[in-house]
Each structure stands twice: as C-alpha cells, then as structure tokens.
Write a protein that binds this ligand. Structure first.
Ligand code: HSE
Length: 431
C-alpha cells in the first residue's frame, strides 16, 4: 500500500484554508476512509504577508506555484485559485504529468472542461470538481454515480448564495437591492465585487456543469440565457408574496426529448409551497427530477471555507481510494452527446408583468387586447391606484412563447396610455 496521498494545494485563500482545516480537523477518520493518510506536501500562495489560519503549516508555503506542481513527490494537485489564468495551465501541467487534480474552479470546468477531461483521460487520472458547484452540497458525485441509473429531464438550482441572500432580505424586509447587497458583503457572503453573482454569471457556470452531467452533453456556458437580479425591486417581491410566490434566481436545465436543452438563469416567481421556495438566505439547493427516482432536492451551504473544504476533501478521499485500488480515472467525463441549446425565444414560460398606465377608461382592455393578439393568455390581473391618475397593473400570464411575449411587450410599451413596463419576471410552476 502507498504510504499516503501527497497533495499540493494551490491557493490558500478562503477555500484553500478550508481544505487545510478539514484535513486537520478530521485527520484520522479521513486516513481511515481513504485507506491512507492524505498529506499536504506544499501550499502555493502568492500573498504571504498576512495572517494564516493556525491550521496552516507556514513551512509548507511557497510562491513558486509551477515549481510545486512539478515536484516529484506530488501525487495530486488541488486547485483553489479560481479563474482561468494561471489555473488552466497549472491544471493542464499537473494532468500532463499524470497527477490527479481536484478543483473548486467552476469557471475552469465550465469553460475548459472538454480539454481538461481529454488530458485526464489520456493519462488515466482523476479530475474531480465537487466543490465547483454548490460548495458543500454533494450533487456532482450524486449525478455522476448515485443517479446514473436515471434519465434526468429537468433540474432547478439556487446556485448562488449571494443573490439568494439578497432576494431573501429584499422579500422579507422590503430592502432595496443595494442595501441587501451591502449587508451580504458585511457578512462575507458577497465578494467585494459581486458582479458575477448579481448578473447570474456565477450561476451560469454552475448550471453548465450540472447540465453537462445530468444530460450527458456538452453545455456551452456562452449559450446559456442569463438575466441577473439587477432589475428586481422590493415592489415585485411584495406582489410575489401577495400572489403566493417567492422570487428566486433560478438556474434551470431541461432536456426535452429530441428538442435540445433549455438552459437559462434568471429571476423567477416560484410557488411558495414548492420546496425550493423554502431555501432562504445564503443557502443553495438543487432540485432534480429523474425518471426512476422521481423528485429529489439537495440543500446546503453553497460557499464558505469549511463547506467547500468538505467537498474538496471528499474528492481527495476518492482520489486516494482510486489510487489505492489502481482505478484512477474511473468516472471520467460523462458527456456523450452534443445536444443543441434551445433559443430563449422558443422557450415557453409564464410571466409576471408590472406596468404603470394612465388611469382612464379602456386602458385595461387595450392592453389585454395586445396580449391576446400575441397568444399570451392572462391568468390573473391586479390593479391598484399607485398615484394620482396613474394605475399600477400586474398581470400573470399562462404559458406563452418568449418570442410572442417580447412582441406583445414591445407593442404595449408603445401604447400612449402606458407610462412604463416596470418589471417582467418569468413564473415557474415546477409542475
Ligand atoms: N459567489 C458564490 C455565491 C460562491 O455567492 O454563491 C462561490 O461560487
């Protein structure tokens, strides 16, 4: 038996520190489960002039990242740097040397997964990335292995903790987005620059990864339709609540038989009684519908030092077990197909539309006529006076094709009696 799995850790920020702490906290149990000790032999970190967790052995620190990857006494590289540069080159180099890799890097896997898996396959080594999607929630492994006997036709995810926290505060306290985001930053849930979270980019990377596994197909991240939470207001959240919904930033993947994949990230009204509606604050969840297992939901911490460290250490144990049994590269890339991605204009959903109109006879009827002309059937309508001579109307439609809805809204915006279409949010019923 090998003496141990010798690991090089690249990056000792929040995630890398979590790996060190989990390895230290559960050292014995980890060695038992892995069948060998998991031993950190080096930690690459560029900013050494700062405080480190007491769990970090400073004698392992180096700023020579490529040098650490190249060391002869390294069996496995853990990449916690993030981004494509220099992570892509470092991971490729490790794989090229026949070293297994564990990464938490969603952008890397979402954008360059194909090349990386080819490199891992050609060397027969493991490339594992549980931490790249939904932090501590073990959904990648579940989809790849435990659910491999299913055909998964649909998944919904709350894959971004920052935006879920922000939407929760906006909904429950009536705060505007800027205040809720400021609080998320204060609590360490949001990055100093939360652009990728707020715009849905972070969730789109994670959806690309989950969809590629669930639907056994490449899921190009650049083809995912993406809309962030920038335009959601406390007023919309209040209406959502009145109508029996909550608003979530959803990542949705659907694989219609023969019709390509629907892949989209956008805010959505979700029925208050749907299990995903109960996912509050900075928590993540993934709802999966399999044709054998039925409905499943995974729930937990999607970010943070120890939850992400938990996912990485779980992958390290898998690497060690595979090493021990001579079965490296056992579960490789699961993409077998190149399914097309359905254009958003072809997608059918329901919509919530809020508009300000002149409060005068015939306005409701004129607007409804335009919806009707474009085959948008109205499920409910609420009108409230919001200011003198101006009424706020809230419409909820039945299923309508996006292209039709866009045409209807264009025409409605041009009506002289319509002052503004203030908000358009898709409604997902989860049937
Ligand atoms: N920024 C992400 C989030 C965590 O808010 O969920 C890292 O993927």
């Amino acid at each position: 038996m090998k003496a141990g799995l010798r690991v090089a850790l690249l990056g000792c920020g929040r995630v890398g520190t979590g790996v060190v702490e989990v390895l230290a906290r559960n050292r014995q149990a980890i060695a038992q489960r892995a069948g060998m000790p998991i031993q950190l032999v080096g930690i690459a970190e560029l900013s050494l002039d700062r405080e480190f967790s007491p769990a970090v052995d400073r004698s392992l620190l180096t700023t020579d990242t490529p040098g650490l990857v190249n060391r002869q006494d390294v069996d496995c590289v853990v990449e916690c740097i993030g981004g494509l540069v220099p992570s892509y080159d470092l991971v490729m180099s490790a794989l090229g040397q026949g070293k297994s890799v564990v990464t938490s890097n969603k952008e890397l896997i979402a954008k360059r997964g194909k090349d990386l898996f080819e490199a891992a396959d050609s060397k027969g080594v493991d490339l594992l990335f549980e931490a790249a999607v939904a932090g501590g929630i073990p959904v990648v492994q579940a989809l790849k292995e435990s659910l491999a006997g299913n055909r998964v036709h649909e998944l919904w995810g709350i894959l971004n903790g920052t935006t879920n926290y922000v939407l929760t505060r906006m909904g429950e306290r009536g705060e505007p987005l800027s205040a809720a985001l400021g609080e998320a930053q204060r609590l360490g849930y949001a990055e100093p620059d939360p652009k990728d979270d707020v715009t849905g980019t972070d969730a789109a990377y994670k959806l690309a990864i989950l969809a590629s596994i669930a639907f056994s197909s490449r899921a190009p991240v650049e083809e995912i339709f993406k809309e962030g939470i920038e335009r959601v207001t406390p007023t919309d959240l209040k209406y959502a609540s009145e109508l029996g919904y909550v608003v979530k930033l959803l990542a949705i993947g659907r694989n219609g038989e023969g019709g390509g994949m629907e892949l989209r990230v956008h805010p959505a009204f979700v029925p208050a009684e749907h299990p995903i509606a109960a996912v509050r604050e900075n928590y993540n969840a993934v709802f999966v519908r399999g044709n054998a297992v039925g409905d499943l939901m995974f729930y937990g911490q999607g970010a943070g030092s120890l939850p992400t460290g938990s996912a990485i250490v779980g992958d390290l144990i898998t690497v060690a077990r595979n090493f021990r049994s001579g079965a490296r590269g056992r579960v490789s890339c699961t993409c077998r197909e190149n399914l097309s991605v359905v254009d958003i204009e072809q997608v059918r959903t329901r919509y919530y539309v809020r508009m300000a109109v002149k409060d005068q006879p015939g306005v409701l009827g004129a607007t409804a006529m335009v919806f009707g002309k474009h085959e948008a059937s109205i499920a409910s309508v609420v009108q409230k006076r919001s200011a003198k001579d101006v009424a706020e109307i809230v419409w909820v439609t039945h299923l309508v094709q996006e292209a039709n809805m866009r045409r209807a809204l264009e025409e409605i915006r041009a009506l002289p009696v319509v002052q503004a279409v203030e908000s358009v949010i898709r409604v997902e019923e989860g049937e």
